[in-house]
Write a protein that binds this ligand. Sequence first.
Ligand SMILES: *Cc1c(COP(=O)(O)O)cnc(C)c1O
Length: 419
Amino acid sequence: MASLGQELVSGTAQKTPSLPDLNILQGAPVFQDKLHVGRPNIGNRDRLIERINDILDRKWLTNNGPYVQEFEQQIANFIGVKHCIATCNATIGLEIAIRAAGLKGEVIIPSFTFIATAHALQWQEITPVFCDIDPLTHTIDPQKIESMITPRTTGIIGVHLWGQACNIEILSKIASKHNLKLIFDAAHAFGCSYQGQMIGNFGELEVFSFHATKFLNSFEGGAVVTNNDELAAKIRLMENFGFAGLDNAVYVGTNGKMSEVSAAMGITSLESIHEFIEVNYQNYKSYEHELFGLPGVSLFKYNRAEKNTYQYIVLEVNESITHITRDQIIDILHTNNIIARKYFYPGCHRMKPYNSYFPHAGLLLPETERLSDRVLILPTGTSIDKFQIQSITKIIKDVIAEAMKNLPAGNNTVDISLN
Ligand SMILES: *Cc1c(COP(=O)(O)O)cnc(C)c1O
């Protein structure tokens, strides 16, 4: 690793501010190999291979095989929910869930989410209506929902971003007051809780993702979980082409089935879940320690009263204090092979499919736009350790120190109260 601090100390003091000139951009990258956000957590390899051999021996590769059934049972037990239907991914899971729950017309969702939340609606010609977020929790702001309800509104999809639960209590009240269906995109929230109860038990249903980048992975995969018997039965048929028996389709369905090899991976991942949480928690504490007191940068705080998986290291960069933009910091990190991300910049409403329908949606989304222009996600998980975190945070601290050093005189008061 190059010694960043020394380079910075030598020779930059007299320069006027010109960020591309930062010495940090010169020389070899701090990391030789790329560090990615969302690098998969892999459990016990031998157990996985054993299970794959079982699958091959059984020649039962998909269609509700024994590993899918076992995985569903384990998820349901872990969550304490009645029904779990494993799916090929969360996007298809959401599409099926939306249809099974009877959503149509307009559905209110946050714009600050992965694009799949919006696509799962629009793909079936249901209009996503974008609502702003609460700047503290980064989840949909319940205070702003009622003004977005129209006669065409049939539901609300809350997103438990970073595993932080939405304000489920208020959302439930609004939904029942206006006779709307409430469902949750819980793609980030497997293993997390709300008021002490596991996510997966709320609304009509919730949808998890087990994509490779998520906390728990099954290569690709997802699950719809619900305590509603009728909905569960419907979803189970819909994910298998609507077949209620051989040669008898009773619903318009799709192919949303999870394969055996994915379930084998999911079961194997589940066996290591406590280790994954512990690694993420230690990494989170390292980031918290290293970034403590850094002006203009705040680390997303998980609610310690709840169960969290600490899967996302979320920074907010306030450039009026740092005097370097979020994007400039990201460029410098990328140059050093730290592939930081801007989830979920620029917000669904500013992406072409939605921006072309609703070019002025942003007027109602000030917090979404503010946050998506500030957010910066750093790597964590089992591929990252404390020493790498020290190097990553050192780059961030050094570039900010450098940018602030170059402030014109009299303009260098910093507000560290934001931390
Ligand atoms: C990852 C993600 C999805 C989609 O999950 P897939 O399993 O990749 O289809 C949906 N919503 C959110 C918020 C996500 O982060």
